[in-house]
Write a protein that binds this ligand. Structure first.
Ligand code: PAF
Length: 299
């Protein structure tokens, strides 16, 4: 088991990565806010597969700028010792755990990343300043670590789409890889927030992945059938307060009314269980190339 080197400043990180860079190795970055679980571990494995023998860096930084009013920054779990164990198990080379001052010298930045219209949808409706904070810190981490490739989870699908958009629009030259969502055996998507669910809520939360799977199964009959199937599942869970359920193009655009068979789409769902807000999403294919058989009883 490799013990990762823990650094907290840009200078230490640059010195640590210099030999690998000089030797032409690719540098991989997994940005995190800590509280690492198996989902993060899978991102580290994807980063390792991307860079081979090159260094994999995991950043652990609870970014104040992405927390809005009423979102408890102080309550966010900080578990560095346990995080280092996860990183060690996954053969991570370096953990970059900077202070707030290192990332935001001089306090709040005057120049920030405007995430554009995509950030006003979905999560952006309930968290209006969130993605400005996320993209600003990701841009900073890219500047601090200078990775060749960065790995983000598909679980936070809107975040992934926005990071891709930022990298393209601002010509940042970082390859962005979206890693598949990791799930518990019963389907619950892994999330740092699952720890806030009581056993009853944990059970109710399964309705999110059930809804997505029902939609995927019915998608062969069209977009409306997929949405109906998901809504029917969600209605069955009384303690789940649905925030949104949408079916979009893979880059979160609007699907046309006359979706051609075989069209790839993304279904995204967000709901509250008590004070915990959960999100999940799944890719699906609308219709079946060639034929679109009707389900028994019609749709
Ligand atoms: O997904 C997260 O953990 C955070 O939003 C990120 C990308 C590390 C930025 O703080």
């Amino acid at each position: 088991m490799t013990v990762p080197v823990v650094v907290s400043t840009r200078a230490e990180l640059a010195a640590l990565l210099a030999p690998a860079r000089a030797g032409g190795a690719r540098v991989g970055l997994v940005p995190t806010m800590g509280a690492l679980h198996e989902g993060h571990a899978s991102l580290m494995r994807v980063a390792r597969a991307e860079v081979g023998d090159g260094p994999v860096v995991v950043s652990v930084f609870v970014n104040p700028m992405q927390f809005g009013a009423g979102e408890d920054l102080d309550r966010y779990p900080r578990t560095l010792e346990a995080d280092l164990e996860v990183c060690a198990r996954e053969g991570v080379d370096a953990v970059f755990a900077p202070s707030v001052e290192e990332v935001y010298p001089g306090g709040d930045p005057q120049v920030t990343v405007d995430p554009g219209p995509l950030a006003e949808l979905l999560e952006g409706r309930v968290r209006p300043t969130h993605f400005r904070g996320v993209l600003t810190v990701v841009a900073k981490l890219f500047g601090l670590v200078r990775p060749d490739v960065a790995v983000f989870g598909q679980k936070d699908y809107q975040q992934l789409a926005l990071v891709r958009r930022m990298v393209a629009d601002l010509c940042q030259g970082v390859e962005v890889v979206g890693a598949e969502t990791q799930r518990e055996p019963d389907g619950l998507a892994l999330s740092s927030r699952n720890r806030y669910l009581d056993p009853e809520q944990r059970q109710e939360a399964l309705v999110l992945s059930r809804a997505l799977l029902a939609a995927r199964a019915e998608a062969t009959y069209g977009a409306a059938a997929a949405l109906d199937a998901a809504r029917a599942e969600l209605r069955s869970a009384k303690a789940v307060d649905l925030d949104y359920l949408v079916l979009t193009t893979p880059d979160l655009g609007e699907l046309p009314d006359d979706v051609a068979p075989g069209t790839e789409a993304r279904m995204l769902v967000a709901a509250r269980l008590g004070s915990t807000r959960l999100i999940d999403n799944l890719p699906l294919v609308i219709g079946t190339a060639g034929s679109t058989p009707q389900p028994e009883g019609g749709s």
